[in-house]
Write a new protein. Structure first.
Length: 261
């Protein structure tokens, strides 16, 4: 009986299912315990260079891309055209419905929700103001007053010698760069901030004048022209200032760190 058990055990070990010497007859893998070997200490290497942030890509993503910026102007144009033929509330409904359709198309094309919901929200708020006041011109009143508020903030940062584009650039890059001590960088951000200020002034003055003149159609045209086209020109100046700052303060610092390493 003992011999037959031994023979069966040997046959079991020699079978294809148990060719591994670390496997027991009941199929449980047996492993040996090895104490953990201490890992050799690695010499600290050079610090990883800071990866520059693509300001252009971030701005485009936030606005929904170039097409998103263009499509966002369509509800206002449609509202201005429809209000000449239908009551203001009906025109508001058409503009809101169109804004929702555009948002759905943008989402279907893969745009993030954060870049499309703002357009719908803005049309809904503008339509609510029109429904409250009964004036079609009030569809554009938020943009007019927003231009004034942003313009005042931008002007204050300029007078404090802390242009807002430089503050934003430094915050995006960790807030550790002495960008105001580098004169070319400071000048670049003063120029970019001035471009933003001029856009705000033009929007407030021109659209404010058209608002007082009760010209809804021309308000829509001015809102469109001072939206994507002028905003694109200002964005070029801001992106130039961002890239100049990155080249002078981030990439140059990385080069110096690589040379020291």
């Amino acid at each position: 009986m003992a011999r037959s058990d031994t023979t069966a055990y040997r046959n079991l070990l020699d079978s294809p299912e148990h060719t591994d010497p670390t496997t027991s007859p009941d199929g449980v893998t047996m492993t040996e315990h090895h104490p953990a070997q201490p890992q050799p200490e690695q010499a600290p290497g050079p610090a990883q260079p800071e990866q520059p942030v693509s300001a252009k890509q971030a701005a485009m993503d936030a606005a929904g891309g170039p097409w998103g910026m263009v499509l966002s102007a369509i509800p206002a144009l449609v509202f201005a055209g429809a209000v000449a033929f239908v009551p203001p509330l009906v025109a508001v409904g058409i503009a809101i419905a169109l804004a929702v359709v555009i948002a759905v198309v943008q989402l279907w094309r893969g745009k993030p929700f954060s870049s499309v919901y703002g357009g719908v929200l803005g049309v809904v708020i503008a339509g609510g103001i029109v429904a409250w006041t009964g004036s079609a011109n009030d569809f554009f009143v938020i943009g007019i007053w927003a231009a004034l508020v942003v313009g005042v903030v931008v002007l204050v940062t300029t007078l404090m010698n802390r242009p807002v584009t430089g503050v934003v650039w430094n915050a995006v890059h960790g807030g550790t760069h002495a960008w105001r001590e580098d004169r070319p960088t400071l000048v670049a951000h003063h120029a970019a901030t001035f471009a933003v200020l001029m856009l705000c002034v033009l929007r407030f003055v021109v659209q404010g004048w058209l608002y007082l003149a009760d010209s809804t159609a021309w308000l829509a045209v001015a809102d469109t022209v001072m939206g994507f086209p002028l905003l694109a020109l200002v964005a070029v100046v801001v992106i130039w200032a961002f890239r100049r700052s990155t080249k002078r303060l981030v990439k140059s610092a990385d080069s110096e760190a690589a040379e020291r390493g």
